[in-house]
Design a protein around this ligand. Structure first.
Ligand code: HEM
Length: 357
């Protein structure tokens, strides 16, 4: 069909009766995603997408690879994470982590498998004749070769890669998913952020200045990170006898800062501390809370998150893209259940109805 009048009618039609083809033979590629959905509305478990997005970003930025190539490592890290979350409190029993319990054996097996996968990536990098940038993987490999390590070179490389795979993936993926949940629930905020994006952004992708100028988007992300910080605790340990906050702390004692209680304490945030109110960040973090350093989704002090600014940029770019292309609401399938799986994640995922704008 290429008649001008018919084409005009097609492009101006708003009727859902004239929907997308049902693509039965394309199921393997399209599944039930938004492209395959008729009428431009799809019901999606959005965490699958935030996960592959965050995975892709960290792999491209730091490892010169992509989500398809690194997926196996992420899946195994997720399995490891689930076991660790189950046995976390037991780890304080002296010696327990050396016993051949069912979970320990599974963890040891996963660790070996992850190590083998990462070493394969490292081997491929070493054999590659050229690579475009001196990315983090290259820096880790070269540091291991140059330094006089007391640690075995392979474990230095594997452990550092593993840290970035974990720190840079799950946290950002889950933060993006929670923020979409809030925006789906509070449609007025969805409209406000979309209006800001449409006003600020020229072109398909925002640049650094545009991202900096998106105040409403920043407020929404800050509020989402306050209510559902991916990290549950910011842990420290006294490496020697010390005095902290007027209390004597003997060497070896763990000091945990519980972010859920800190971020939702009515004495610090006011009586509406448990509500989603992004306006509280209208004057930045300092204006939001009586004690500004009580807001620490990225931790605090010398060990504060190294990827903090990277993660904020990534979240803003992801949300800008989502909001400028889609509207979304919560599906009735969604069951609200924040769940501690080393990071605070939605136990049953986040089900959204997503409509292309
Ligand atoms: C929304 C996303 C993120 C959140 C909420 C988050 C949160 C945190 C928290 C709470 C800590 C512990 C800080 C402390 O103990 O004081 C941390 C540490 C760390 N994060 Fe993140 N993070 C995020 C994204 C990232 C990304 C994208 C990367 C890498 C590109 C990253 C790399 C790291 C590293 C390397 C550390 C260890 C720092 C150290 O021990 O010195 N994080 N993060």
């Amino acid at each position: 069909m290429n008649h001008p009048n018919a084409l005009k009618e097609l492009s101006t039609s708003t009727s859902f009766l004239f929907g997308r083809p049902s693509h039965h033979h394309h199921d393997a590629i399209l599944g039930q995603g938004i492209i395959a959905s008729s009428g431009g509305v799809a019901e999606l478990k959005i965490d699958d997408y935030t996960g592959s997005f965050a995975g892709d970003v960290i792999l491209r930025a730091c490892f010169g690879s992509n989500y398809a190539q690194g997926k196996q490592i992420f899946l195994k890290l997720r399995d490891l994470q689930a076991i660790l979350a189950q046995v976390l409190l037991l780890q304080w029993i002296p010696g327990i982590r050396y016993l051949p319990t069912k979970s320990n054996m599974r963890m040891w097996r996963l660790e070996k498998e992850i190590q083998a996968l990462i070493l394969k990536v490292v081997k491929e990098r070493k054999q590659a004749k050229s690579h475009p940038d001196k990315d983090l993987l290259q820096i880790i490999i070269e540091s291991a070769e140059r330094s006089d390590l007391r640690q075995d070179t392979n474990s230095f490389v594997v452990d550092n890669c593993k840290n970035i795979y974990f720190a840079g993936y799950e946290t950002t993926a889950v933060s993006a998913a929670w923020t979409l949940m809030w925006l789906a629930l509070y449609s007025e905020w969805q409209h406000k952020v979309r209006a800001e994006i449409l006003q600020t952004c020229r072109g398909p992708w925002p640049d650094a200045d545009m991202l900096r100028n998106m105040k409403t988007l920043t407020m929404v992300i800050n509020e989402s990170l306050r209510l559902y910080s991916p990290a549950v605790i910011v842990p420290r340990e006294a490496l020697g006898d010390m005095k902290f906050g007027g209390i004597n702390i003997p060497k070896g004692v763990g000091v945990w800062i519980a972010l859920v209680t800190l971020h939702q304490d009515p004495d610090l945030w006011g009586p509406d501390a448990d509500k989603f109110i992004p306006e509280r960040f209208a004057n930045g973090i300092n204006g939001a809370c009586k004690v500004p350093y009580a807001y620490m989704p990225f931790g605090a002090g010398p060990h504060t998150c190294l990827g903090k600014h990277f993660a904020m940029m990534e979240l803003k770019i992801f949300l800008t893209h989502m909001l400028s292309n889609f509207t979304f609401t919560l599906s009735p399938k969604y069951r609200h259940s924040p769940f501690m799986n080393l990071v605070v994640e939605p136990e049953f995922g986040i089900d959204l109805f997503v409509t292309r704008l």
